[in-house]
Design a protein around this ligand. Structure first.
Ligand SMILES: C[S@@+](CC[C@H](N)C(=O)[O-])C[C@H]1O[C@@H](n2cnc3c(N)ncnc32)[C@H](O)[C@@H]1O
Length: 249
């Protein structure tokens, strides 16, 4: 990704309503796999970006990040992320059975990932028997927009495509749902508008991530809290993102 996007992530993502919601859903998904904070797991975080999930994931055990961007790695180090591997996930081969949990937070969709299923198959070999994969990715091609170009998104996954990807890589699904579903009409309207009025160049930052007025932020957090209650009762079939937790065969 363009360096500006890493700088923007470091500036806005820690406290962002979107990241807060993803963390809550990740907690729910990990609980479904029997994983709670304090589990003492050996965790591999794919594409750790600027390290915004370091503190959240470190609650579950010792964390190792794999990241290709020197800018991202620099930010990760600054915030105390000490076990870092500078590598391309397409070529990275973990030591067999060296991790208990692999976390993919919006990485496999990236243009720099050649074949998500191949990458996941190699990573699965790094999991101990019964190890768990937590994966969250952008949802549904129809929601592709300028945002995707700014972050170099090469693909988006429908709920069934995401589930199939995990199955094809040798995982048994435990839970899966779309999320940011209640906002998807707005995202769809934006995507449709941008298709009608395409711009020639991608912005070097992601406009949607910039902070909105406090009242709007509060409304979005409340909206996501309602959605999480719904997801706990029944998986959402459509949304701007998808999340799944799965166990290695
Ligand atoms: C959208 S960011 C997500 C960052 C972080 N996981 C998060 O959710 O905040 C995608 C990250 O994956 C990294 N990435 C993309 N392709 C990669 C590859 N082939 N090998 C290693 N890292 C990669 C990018 O550099 C970027 O930091």
């Amino acid at each position: 990704m363009h360096d500006d996007v890493y700088h923007q992530y470091a500036r806005v993502l820690d406290e962002h309503w979107w990241t807060a919601n993803r963390r809550q859903l990740a907690t729910w998904a990990l609980r479904a796999a029997g994983i709670e904070p304090g589990a003492g797991l050996r965790i591999l975080e794919l594409g750790s970006g600027v390290g915004v999930e370091h503190d959240f994931l470190a609650q579950y055990g010792s964390l190792t990040g794999v990241e290709i961007s020197p800018v991202g790695l620099g930010y990760c180090k600054e915030r105390g992320y000490d076990q870092l591997i500078a590598a391309d996930l397409n070529d990275y081969r973990p030591t067999p059975s060296s991790f208990d949990l692999i976390v993919d937070f919006h990485v496999l969709y990236h243009e720099w990932i050649r074949e998500p299923v191949e990458v996941l198959r190699h990573l699965r070999a790094g999991l101990a028997p019964g190890g768990v994969l937590l994966s969250s990715e952008p949802g549904f091609e129809i929601l592709r927009r300028g945002h995707d170009r700014s972050v170099m998104g090469g693909r988006r996954f429908s709920l069934s495509q995401h589930k199939q990807l995990l199955r094809d890589a040798g995982f048994e699904l435990l839970k899966a749902s779309a999320f940011t579903s209640l906002l998807s009409p707005v995202v769809l309207a934006l995507a449709s508008y941008e298709r009608l009025r395409p711009t020639a160049h991608a912005a070097s930052e992601v406009a949607e991530l910039e902070s909105s007025p406090r009242l709007v932020q509060a409304g979005l957090r409340a909206c996501m809290a309602v959605e999480r209650q719904l997801i706990r009762a029944v998986p959402m079939p459509f949304g701007a993102s998808v999340i799944a937790v799965a166990r290695a065969h």
